[in-house]
Design a binder for this molecule. Structure first.
Ligand SMILES: Nc1nc2c(c(=O)[nH]1)N[C@H]1C(S)=C(S)[C@@H](COP(=O)(O)O)O[C@H]1N2
Ligand SMILES: [Mo]
Length: 567
């Protein structure tokens, strides 16, 4: 047999290894699949470093998964993982890829062609996910394509040492016998040229098992190195797209109308331990969106395009918006429709922005439009009622949050806010377009997923302290929390302990109807376990309903009730 035959033989591929080597061979085959997938992903990350993080197959596939998963599963994920839902998704995606890769390695042992085909399918999924992204371009296919090619080459290289020509046809001098126990006894006299070379290198297939362990080890090392260097380098390169620097350099204009001064004692959290502060730190502010990688928009490249039912559809730059002479600064509590009773998906900030009603009127938004479809740079569509955008005081295109440019996760450089409406129908982040249209003509992202087209915020109240199931000494202690009914204001908060009468709580001074109010009630707890319930009434007299509903499809309702133990 010739050397040429030897080197070409494995390409066609299949050699029955002696029984003893089979388990090891399978294990290494599966490992080869895993390592090849690592190379594919690493190289893909490297290319995504030049094109943008959203073109990375893991991110693109994760994003596609978010778009395609049913609402119930999404709700489950938000409930289970909270704000770590995106990390959970990426980890989940990687686990699925890992299992798939192990299988590809095993298949590749039997047939190289099928193994490579498996990687091609894997690449194709990445390509499709990247290209079907709403904001995707043709270039976004490159990382998945190049990654798949690199992964295939890696797979072939890794399988090679595992599929050496098997015993009989390689060294006729080698005789091997299989004992009844299945172990292989081999006598070998490697005197061929290649055999001698292998002996010198110490990488010989000494036992004639069809395995070149040392070769596999070397190739694996190279694969791991490529994965780490390409993947790590790619992630570093992807940071070039970060706009953190540009954000910190952005000078904020002064508002024509500043936020009203806070009344004395507006924030009771200083004196009540465990009570939510009146204003939420930007870093503490809840975040809800479908973006795995936060969209990065450079201020210089930003534009907001008005289309549809406007008399004068126009495009605005960020400077156009920042340079206006009618900017307002307002305190507004933002709430998510996915918030459970007692949940934390609500926060308050001081926002600065362009007054939305004036802006829309100026550009001649038509009366016949009842829906504004707000488009974000990542393709999200948020359908807001035109009426509210025009008429709700303090609705704005916000550019700043608590005295800083909008944090990138909260919509830098521009987002919409309409007090009184849940975020999913009003608070479009990274907003780049407003199309004046009708509800008949278009279903926005969440509406398509059966959430209510209209999302007014329900009257709500929450107990912050004591924490549920908390044990504390019997006697007097504060029960406290927050309540909100944006645009209407909170008029009354009542607390019930076990089946006591409803007791009115003390309210923090009203700052603005768009803001939540803190409430506190001092109560003398007798030893034992107690249930504590809270309910709020808006300033215009609507009491929060006690009928429990889940967040889907238009917001949770029901009174927040907890159990605590005094001892
Ligand atoms: N582009 C974009 N804007 C979005 C969303 C989104 O997924 N994408 N989610 C909306 C939802 S459901 C809510 S509750 C608010 C949350 O805003 P925050 O993350 O700044 O708290 O943003 C809204 N704006
Ligand atoms: Mo939301």
């Amino acid at each position: 047999m010739t050397t040429t035959e030897q080197s070409t033989a494995p390409a066609g591929g299949q050699h029955a290894a002696p029984t003893a080597g089979r388990g090891v061979r399978r294990l290494l085959g599966a490992l080869a699949g895993l390592l090849a997938a690592g190379v594919a992903l690493g190289i893909a990350e490297l290319f995504a470093g030049f094109i943008g993080a959203a073109s990375s197959p893991v991110i693109a596939v994760g994003n596609a998964a978010i778009t395609l998963t049913p609402e119930s599963v999404k709700q489950f994920a938000i409930r289970t993982f909270g704000e770590d839902d995106k990390i959970a998704l990426v980890v989940g995606t990687l686990l699925i890829i890992a299992v798939y890769a192990l299988v590809i390695g095993l298949v590749g042992l039997r047939s190289r062609r099928l193994g490579v085909a498996g990687i091609a399918v894997f690449g194709l999924v990445g390509v499709v996910a990247a290209l079907t992204r709403p904001a995707g371009g043709l270039f976004d296919a490159v990382p998945s394509l190049v990654g798949a090619v690199a992964g295939s080459l890696a797979l072939l290289a890794l399988l090679r040492p595992l599929t050496l020509p098997s015993v009989g046809d390689r060294h006729p001098e080698v005789t091997s016998t299989t004992t009844p126990g299945g172990a292989t006894a081999t006598t070998q006299t490697q005197d061929g040229m290649l055999g001698r070379l292998r002996d010198v290198l110490g990488s010989g297939d000494r036992k004639g098992t069809g395995l070149d362990r040392r070769g596999f080890l070397l190739t694996s090392g190279v694969a791991v190195g490529v994965t780490a260097v390409a993947g790590g380098g790619g992630r570093l390169l992807q940071r070039r797209f970060d706009v953190a620097g540009a954000r910190s350099e952005l000078a904020l204009p002064t508002p024509a109308s500043a936020a009203p001064a806070l009344p004395a004692g507006a924030d009771m959290s200083a004196s009540v331990e465990g009570l939510t502060p009146l204003f939420t730190d930007n870093r503490e502010f809840y975040r809800v969106d479908t973006a795995i990688t936060v969209p990065q928009i450079r201020p210089a490249e930003y534009s907001l395009e008005l289309t549809g039912m406007f008399d004068t559809p126009r495009t605005f730059s960020l400077d156009d918006l920042l340079g206006r002479s009618d900017l307002i600064e307002r305190d507004i509590t933002l709430t998510c429709v996915s918030n459970e009773v007692g949940g934390g998906l609500a926060g308050t900030a001081r926002w600065l922005g362009v007054p939305l009603g004036a802006f829309l009127r100026e550009n001649g938004v038509r009366d016949s439009s009842d829906q504004l479809v707000c488009r974000s740079v990542d393709g999200m569509t948020i359908g807001a009622p035109t009426r509210s955008a025009l008429d709700v005081p303090d609705a704005m295109l916000a550019v700043a949050m608590n005295g800083e440019p909008l944090p990138v996760e909260h919509g830098f450089p521009v987002r919409m806010l309409i007090p009184g409406l849940y975020g999913y129908v009003s608070a479009c982040k990274w907003i780049t377009g407003i199309e004046a249209t009708t509800y008949d003509a278009f279903d926005a992202y969440w509406t398509e997923r059966d959430w209510a087209a209209q999302g007014p915020i329900k009257v709500a109240s929450r107990i912050d302290t004591p924490a549920p199931l908390r044990r504390f000494p019997a006697g007097r202690r504060a029960i406290a929390g927050v309540a909100w009914a944006q645009t209407r204001g909170i008029g009354l908060v009542e607390v019930q302990v076990d089946d006591s009468d409803w007791m009115p709580a003390e309210l923090s001074p009203e700052v603005d109807a768009d803001l939540w109010r803190q409430w506190v009630l001092s109560f003398d707890f007798t030893p034992g376990s107690h249930s504590v319930t809270v309910r709020a009434t808006s300033s215009d007299g609507e009491m929060q309903t006690d009928a429990r509903t889940a967040p889907f499809p238009n917001g949770a309702s029901g009174w927040h009730q907890i159990v605590v133990v005094a001892s």
